[in-house]
Design a binder for this molecule. Structure first.
Ligand SMILES: [Mn+2]
Length: 373
């Protein structure tokens, strides 16, 4: 059985100020392009099944444009009779049930199976049972949903989930996204023929039978330099899995410049040198300035930096001001922090242990302040 596993398309995402020729936000267009490449691949290769493991849309209320784009793409699959199973992820699931799901629109399309009601649903396609678990109302509900799965021995059993996985040494997931679901790796049973995961944006093998497809485009600088795409899978008595890259816009993190011992001019030169070193044309680019003070920051030659970065799609500087940390080290600042904390705690009703809590807090405060280098 031939399956395509894709996830985290985040259709409707837009960012930065660059506008495409058609007047739309360039990043929104980039994401449409990536998704369309995927659909074209599906139409050409005609898989028996497509699984989208959540976050098809970037938000609970996508724009009409984003909805009609997806509708048009899915209609192509529907007409070609390519089954498309999509579960809801944290991004498109409303916090309040009454809000209703955008996925309802797709419910009446032939061959399109939107799974979004917070409960496990089973879809049978050829000799496979797809146990599809949408974004659930809580982590506990998610665990209950997984517990309800009944493997069918006569069939291939595929689990679909949108969640972070913790508890695997080789794979560390850091929590972060809003409303996200997390489960421990113990729920990824080796008894499934395949587990199609969504949520983590980097394509990753988590266990022998569980994979994150990753996202179809770069959605934050954490993803800079990552390859984006989806899996083309041959599933039978064994699992053959092939990563198919998509053409996406480059995102470059040009790293840090330590500004402590550099003059404003030297920092400007260093930024421009980094631009020259890397091919930044049409890319999304970031540089981080470490240990810079306000004076030097103001003194950077912004005109030169602007013109040297003008052929990037987007350029941003992140920075940390050094003098704030230095102030913290000064005695007066420590004093005021402690005073601020004492005032804060005095307003909080504590029946007992006040002394103990105050002692601990002061210890941690002084450690934290002392630890800033
Ligand atoms: Mn997600």
């Amino acid at each position: 059985m031939k399956i395509l596993h894709v996830a985290d398309s985040h259709i409707g995402y837009s960012a930065y100020h660059k506008v495409a020729e058609n007047g739309l936000n360039q990043r929104e267009v980039d994401v449409y392009n990536a998704f369309e490449q995927f659909i074209d691949y599906a139409l050409k290769t005609k898989p028996d099944l497509i699984i989208h493991a959540g976050d098809l849309f970037d938000s609970v209320r996508p724009t009409n444009r984003a909805i009609s784009f997806v509708l048009n793409q899915l209609l192509k699959l529907s007409e070609e009779e390519i089954p498309f199973i999509v579960i809801s992820g944290n991004h498109e699931t409303p916090k309040l049930r009454e809000t209703g799901s955008v996925f309802r629109i797709f419910e009446h399309l032939n061959n399109i199976y939107p799974i979004y009601k917070g409960k496990l649903e089973e879809v049978e396609i050829e000799n496979a049972i797809i146990h599809a678990i949408p974004h659930s109302f809580s982590n506990e509900d998610l665990r209950k949903n997984i517990g309800m799965v009944k493997l069918r021995e006569s069939h291939l059993n595929i689990l679909v989930l949108h969640a972070g996985i913790i508890g695997i040494k080789e794979f560390s997931y850091t929590r972060g996204d809003f409303n996200e679901q997390i489960i421990s790796s113990g729920y990824l049973s080796p008894d499934f023929d395949y587990i199609a995961l969504g949520h983590f944006h980097k394509p990753t093998k988590v266990t022998d039978n569980a994979y994150y497809a990753g996202s179809i485009e770069h959605f934050s600088f954490k993803e800079a330099g990552e390859e984006k795409g989806f899996y083309d899978i041959e599933l039978g008595s064994s699992l053959k899995i092939n990563f198919i890259p998509l053409k996406t816009r480059g995102m470059l993190d040009l790293g840090n410049i330590d500004c402590l011992n550099l003059s404003a001019d030297e920092i400007t030169n260093e930024i421009i040198r980094k631009f020259m070193e890397s091919e930044i044309k049409d890319k999304i680019v970031r540089i981080n300035l470490k240990r810079i003070n306000r004076g030097k920051f103001k003194g950077l030659d912004w005109n030169r930096i602007k013109s040297a970065s003008s052929h990037a799609l987007h350029f941003e500087i992140s920075y940390e001001f050094y003098e704030i940390e230095q102030e913290l080290k000064g005695k007066s600042r420590i004093g005021s922090l402690v005073d601020e904390w004492k005032e804060y705690i005095s307003k909080i009703p504590l029946d007992k242990d006040r002394e103990e809590i105050e002692k601990l807090a002061l210890k941690y405060l002084s450690e934290a302040i002392g630890g800033i280098k």
